[in-house]
Every structure is written in C-alpha cells, then in structure tokens.
Design a protein around this ligand. Structure first.
Ligand SMILES: [Fe+2]
Ligand SMILES: [Fe+2]
Length: 233
C-alpha cells in the first residue's frame, strides 16, 4: 500500500514548495495530512492545499488529516466543514478504512508536548492536564481500534519522540515532542506513526520498539513523504 504524507505546508507560506513537491509524487492509496497545513487557521488556505492535491494526483484515494497548532481550536469546525467533502479530519477520533484489502485503523490527534510553550501556559487553561488528557484519549482510541483492524496508524502533529526532532535548536526541543506519547506508543505498538511540527529536523525516520515513526514536515523533508508498506499482507 502506498501512503503519501505531509505536514507544515503553512499555506500560503510553503504552498509553492508544496506544489513543486507534488510534481514528484505519484497517486497514493492514502494521503495523510499531519497538521499545520495552514498559517493561523485560515479555512480557505486549507481548501487550497486540498484542491492542489486533487488537481495533481486525482481523486481516487482518501485524504485524512489531523490538526496542528496553527489550526487554531476555535477555527477547526470551519476548516472541517470547508473540506468535509474531500477530507476526513480526525481531532481525537478514529477511522477505519479498507484499502487494498487491508483494514487500516487511523487515530488522529494534535498530540502533546513534553513542556508547554510560554504561549500555551498563558492561553490554554491547565495545559499540562490537557496534554495528559490527550495522551490518555489517544491511548484509549488505539486500544479500541486494534482488535478490529489489520494495521494501526497514529496520525499526529507533534512528534512522539526526540529522535525525529534532531536538528531543532536546543531551546525549542521540549516544545517539539512528548514523552507521554513515546511511552504510550511503546505500550500500544501502532504499526506506523506519522507526525509533523519539527521543521528543522534532519532525522526523518526512527523506531519506537517495533513502531516506525516518520516526520513528514515539509520544511524538514523538502518533499511529500511516500511510503510503500504492507504490500505482502
Ligand atoms: Fe509547523
Ligand atoms: Fe506545529
């Protein structure tokens, strides 16, 4: 199965780069959006990115997304309704798709951070409790979906590990990944974790025990990440 994935288009900031990256991408079986698709939550910019994908690669595959910190909470409903005909947005939700005969369970979440940013401490009430809650919610969704599917994907914005943030400036590293998510991934063993957010990372692939982790942040990779997985299943 061919999976294409990207995060951090921050449209319109990297929309030109995204368009060039699409030239090197062939139509996948599943297209994943790992958050920060827009800057400052503008729904029309999200729709522009989705249109570009459909114009270049066709419409024969599902597009599934999670939100990033640039998809502001108060604008998520507007984004979801703007793109709902073409994209399933997973905001702490799960979805089961059958693709090439494989039942795929996808859990989508923005994720958490090891340390909240100063903006988050000022603006998100009880932010550490909120980060804990998100991790518990993701874990319960992973547990619930596992028995019903052949493969499990955790689609998140923040990184679940330090390894795929290597290259980020030292002072921002606590704001790029979540120890809680790394721990729950060790317990629940999803088959694949896709994330974005780490724009400056120079290591785009890591393993958490048997789980493959890919950072698909466009500014980091310079391309749409294309994975060929589970073909022999
Ligand atoms: Fe970003
Ligand atoms: Fe981000």
């Amino acid at each position: 199965m061919k999976i294409a994935a990207v995060g951090d288009v921050h449209s319109p900031r990297y929309l030109g780069e995204f368009g060039r990256a699409l030239n090197d991408c062939s139509p996948p079986d599943l297209f994943l959006l790992a958050g920060d698709i827009v800057d400052q939550g503008v729904p029309e910019e999200f729709a522009a990115v989705v249109s570009m994908i459909r114009d270049r690669l066709g419409t024969a595959f599902p597009i599934v997304g999670c939100y990033g910190n640039q998809e502001y909470t108060e604008l998520r409903k507007a984004i979801a309704s703007r793109v709902r005909d073409h994209v399933v947005m997973l905001d702490e939700r799960d979805l089961i798709l059958t693709i090439r005969g494989i039942r795929i369970g996808i859990v989508g979440t923005q994720g958490s951070l090891t340390e909240p940013t100063s903006w988050q401490r000022r603006n998100i009430p009880r932010v550490r409790t909120e980060f804990e809650r998100r991790a518990r919610r993701a874990e319960s969704l992973l547990q619930r979906i596992r028995p019903s599917v052949d493969r499990v994907i955790l689609l998140m914005h923040y990184s679940p590990c330090l390894a795929t943030c290597r290259g980020e400036p030292e002072r921002v590293v606590p704001w790029t990944w979540s120890r809680r998510f790394e721990e729950l991934i060790r317990r629940e063993s999803p088959d694949l974790v896709i994330h974005g957010h780490a724009h400056n990372s120079v290591v785009h692939e890591a393993w958490i025990d048997g789980t493959l982790v890919r950072n698909v942040s466009l500014p980091a990779t310079g391309r749409i990440t294309q994975l060929e997985l589970w073909t022999d299943d």
